[in-house]
Each structure stands twice: as structure tokens, then as C-alpha cells.
Design a protein around this ligand. Structure first.
Ligand SMILES: [Zn+2]
Ligand SMILES: [Zn+2]
Length: 109
């Protein structure tokens, strides 16, 4: 689908090495360019397009990996906070034992 015209992509512009819709094809920008029907372009540029697709896939994969790393980072961060809270709780617990029972409040953890 052409993002600009919301038309199905029908041709391949050799100069721009980009898929175009028929509106793009008729536009001034590509008028002087050599455009091929998709089937022909597919034959001619099979390997090239395949490589481009592979690149896209790799990029997507990298992005996903980043996301996973981020999530792992967050999980680790949350785990650290949890541990810290428990640590403070233990500290409070310890100090409460030292204060007289009458002065000790309700356990807050
Ligand atoms: Zn278009
Ligand atoms: Zn063009």
C-alpha cells in the first residue's frame, strides 16, 4: 500500500528502487523514471528485494531484542527495589525489637 496515496503498489521504479502506486507512477517525480510492472521487477530484482526484506527483518528483530533487553532491565530494577524494601523492613523490624513494646507501633510491612 502506498502511504502517500493509499493505493495498492503496482509498479517498481528502477531509479528510486521503490515500489509505487499508479498515482505515484503518473506523478511528475517519476515520469522520467523507468518503472516496471511488479512481476517483471520481481524477476529482475528478486535477489535485491529479497536482501532488502531480510534487512527489514533483521532491523525488526534488533528492535525486538532491544525491547526484551529493556524489559529485563525493568524486571531487574523492580527486583532491586523489592530487595531494598525488604532490607528496610528487616532494619525496622530489628529496631522495633529494641524499643519498648508500649511505644512500638503496628508493623507496617
Ligand atoms: Zn502513491
Ligand atoms: Zn522514481
Amino acid at each position: 500500500m502506498c502511504e502517500e496515496h493509499q493505493e495498492p503498489l503496482k509498479v517498481f521504479c528502477k531509479e528510486d528502487r521503490a515500489f509505487l502506486c499508479l498515482v505515484c507512477d503518473k506523478s511528475r517525480q517519476h515520469r522520467a523514471h523507468t518503472v516496471l510492472p511488479l512481476e517483471e521487477a520481481a524477476r529482475e530484482y528478486k535477489n535485491e528485494i529479497y536482501v532488502q526484506l531480510q534487512d527489514l527483518k533483521t532491523e525488526k528483530q534488533t528492535a525486538q531484542n532491544d525491547k526484551v533487553t529493556l524489559q529485563n532491565g525493568t524486571a531487574k530494577y523492580l527486583e532491586e527495589i523489592k530487595i531494598e524494601r525488604q532490607y528496610h523492613c528487616v532494619l525496622r523490624e530489628g529496631s522495633r525489637k529494641l524499643t519498648p513494646l508500649s511505644q512500638a507501633g503496628k508493623p507496617s510491612c
